[in-house]
Design a protein around this ligand. Structure first.
Ligand SMILES: [Zn+2]
Length: 295
C-alpha cells in the first residue's frame, strides 16, 4: 500500500478554520471504495517508508520541516505538480509536523506515522566479525563515514525518467526493517532487502544513475552505489565482481556486476537498498511509491 498526499490549490484562510485544503488520493484507490473512514489509516505512513508529497505547483511556496526548507522536485509525469520525497526513518515512530508556507502565511501539515511491526532476526556469525578488533572497528567506522558523506550529497540533476526496476528477479529472503541480533546482541536493523542469489548471479541497475562508490568494504563486501540524482541512491552489496568505476554512467537494467558472499554474510545473497536524503528506506516500498507516479 502506498499512502500519498496530494494537495491541489485551495489553501484559503477562513473565519474559523485555518484553511481548507487537501484533496487526498490514495493508492490503491481501492481504499476509496471501502470506506471514507479508512482515510486516517490510508493517510498513515510507516517508519522506514518513503512518503511522497505532491503539490499543485502554485499551491505552496515552501514546505518547512523544523524551519528547514524541504526540496521540491519535478513530478516525473505531471508538469502541473511538484513533489517532495520525504523518507521516514526507521527510528521515526511519532507524527511528523511540517509547515506549509503560502504567501507569507504558515499552515500546519501533519504526516501521520504508524510504526510498522518489524521482525527480529537472530543471526550467528564468527565472533571475530561480530565483535571486531580495534583496527577493524576503525575501518568499519571510516567506511560508514565515507558512505554517509556520499548519501548526504544532493545532486541537482535527475538521471532517470522512467520507473525503477528490481536488481534481479529472485525471492526476497530478508526484508527491510528486521532487527539484527548478532550472537545474542541487537546490533542494528536491516536497512536493505536481501535477494536469494547464488554466487555469480547477474545484478542489474534499478535505474539510470552515476557510480559514486565501487570498492570492497568490510561489512558490505564488494559494493556499488549509484547516484540517481536529487538525493536518491541505490546500493548493491556482497558482490563477487564488478567492472564499474566511480564516475561511470549506468543505464537502467545495465549489468552492475555479479552477486557473491563478500563482506559480513551468512551466505551468498544480494543486499539491495535505497537511500533518500541520507535515510535508508524500504527499497521495495520506495520503488513502488515512485513508480506509482508513472501510473
Ligand atoms: Zn541485507
Amino acid at each position: 500500500m502506498y499512502a500519498y498526499l496530494k494537495i491541489f490549490g485551495m489553501i484559503l484562510p477562513m473565519k474559523k478554520f485555518k484553511f481548507i485544503l487537501l484533496i487526498i488520493s490514495f493508492l490503491p484507490t481501492l481504499f476509496f471504495a471501502k470506506s471514507i473512514s479508512l482515510q486516517e489509516e490510508a493517510f498513515a505512513f510507516g517508519n522506514g517508508e518513503l512518503a511522497i508529497l505532491e503539490f499543485e505547483k502554485d499551491s505552496i511556496d515552501k514546505l518547512l520541516d523544523n524551519n528547514r526548507s524541504l526540496r521540491f522536485v519535478a513530478h516525473p509525469t505531471n508538469d502541473k505538480m511538484k513533489i517532495v520525497f520525504y523518507p521516514i526513518s526507521y527510528y521515526k515512530t511519532s507524527n511528523i509536523n511540517l509547515e506549509m508556507l503560502v504567501k507569507d502565511s504558515k499552515f500546519p501539515l501533519a504526516l501521520n506515522v504508524k510504526p510498522k511491526e518489524y521482525k527480529k532476526e537472530i543471526l550467528k556469525v564468527e565472533a571475530s566479525k561480530a565483535t571486531p578488533s580495534e583496527e577493524i572497528s576503525k575501518r568499519i567506522k571510516a567506511e560508514a563515514e565515507e558512505a554517509g558523506k556520499i548519501y548526504s550529497i544532493v545532486t541537482n540533476q535527475r538521471y532517470w525518467d522512467s520507473p525503477f526496476i528490481f536488481p534481479m528477479e529472485s525471492e526476497i529472503t530478508s526484508g527491510y526493517g528486521n532487527a539484527r541480533v548478532f550472537n545474542g546482541v541487537v546490533k542494528s536493523y536491516h536497512a536493505g532487502t536481501d535477494f536469494r542469489a547464488p554466487i555469480g548471479s547477474s545484478v542489474y541497475s534499478t535505474n539510470r544513475g552515476k557510480v559514486v562508490l565501487a570498492k570492497d568494504r568490510y561489512l558490505a563486501g564488494l559494493s556499488v552505489v549509484l547516484d540517481h540524482g536529487e538525493g536518491i541512491y541505490s546500493c548493491y552489496f556482497h558482490l563477487s565482481q564488478t567492472d564499474l568505476q566511480v564516475g561511470d554512467i549506468v543505464e537502467k537494467g545495465e549489468l552492475i556486476g555479479l552477486s557473491g558472499n563478500s563482506g559480513r554474510v551468512t551466505g551468498p545473497h544480494l543486499h539491495f537498498s535505497i537511500v533518500i536524503n541520507g535515510t535508508a528506506v524500504n527499497a521495495v516500498h520506495a520503488i513502488g511509491a515512485i513508480n506509482a507516479l508513472f501510473h
